[in-house]
Design a protein around this ligand. Structure first.
Ligand SMILES: [Zn+2]
Length: 250
């Protein structure tokens, strides 16, 4: 090999090594990119720490918009975290609502639309026809407007306390009910009252789920444990949403 060819080979090797290294850095940073997942429950005027008044939710959404947060659909979240495809906007955020109260349709849904945002709602399927809960027609309308849905089981009992057969039924029935309402696969679950154990996770895997959200504080990333996804619960006694994120989005 003459000197010129040798130098050329060296140059190409260095370039290739640099590209691989850059790619590895990008892959590593993507793996650890954090996505905060807010957890709300009721939006309205009922008593209790889990109810946020609509004015407070609107103030939170306005702050999130003004500070450059971009809400994700559950499908975008799934693609990025689970399938490792797609990209994220700056300041990504998933906003979730548990328990499927009718007030989510009355107050949260119009506010999310007003601010050009999207939310994910975890539904207790055994309560779908109760007066104070979302009914299938609400869910279909909201889904058509870009909202996302997941399972919050049939009866909202603590999965970590139930027998194996009951856990199977809670997971399987709720998933198939939601799939028939939405006419598409439902693969994510929120554990009622944050209760689960190793058997719950095994049963969730066996019943077609690819991941589940807890009520433990923290953020999500590609390197998270998919059946122990953390969220950031918001209570009515908390400060504004930016203060909550500053405190818990670690
Ligand atoms: Zn719940």
């Amino acid at each position: 090999m003459n000197r010129r060819r040798f130098l050329k080979t060296c140059f190409h090797s260095l370039l290739a090594a640099g590209c691989v290294q850059t790619w590895n850095i990008l892959e590593t940073s993507a793996a650890f990119r954090k996505i905060p997942v807010l957890l709300y429950h009721r939006i309205g005027y009922t008593a209790g720490p889990l109810t946020i008044v609509p004015e407070r939710l609107e103030a939170d959404l306005r702050l999130l918009r003004d500070f450059g947060y971009h809400t994700l659909t559950l499908e975008q979240f799934q693609s990025y975290v689970f399938n490792r495809t797609g990209d994220l906007p700056d300041n990504p955020l998933l906003i979730t609502f548990d328990d499927g109260y009718l007030d989510n349709y009355q107050y949260a849904y119009p506010l999310l639309k007003k601010y050009g945002m999207t939310g994910t709602f975890f539904i207790i399927t055994g309560l779908l026809w109760e007066q104070d809960r979302l009914r299938p027609e609400h869910i279909v309308e909201m889904a058509q407007a870009g909202m996302s849905f997941g399972s919050h089981t049939v009866s909202h009992r603590q999965l970590g306390q139930l027998s194996g057969a009951d856990v199977q039924d809670e997971l399987n029935s709720s998933r198939s009910t939601m799939e028939s309402v939405l006419a598409k696969p439902v693969q994510l679950l929120a554990y009622p009252q944050g209760s689960y154990n190793a058997q719950t996770i095994q049963a969730a895997r066996e019943n077609g789920y690819i991941g589940a959200f807890t009520t433990a504080y923290g953020t999500c990333s590609r390197s998270a444990d998919f059946f122990e996804l953390k969220r950031i619960p918001v209570f009515n006694y908390d400060g504004n949403v930016l203060a909550v994120l500053a405190r818990y989005a670690y």
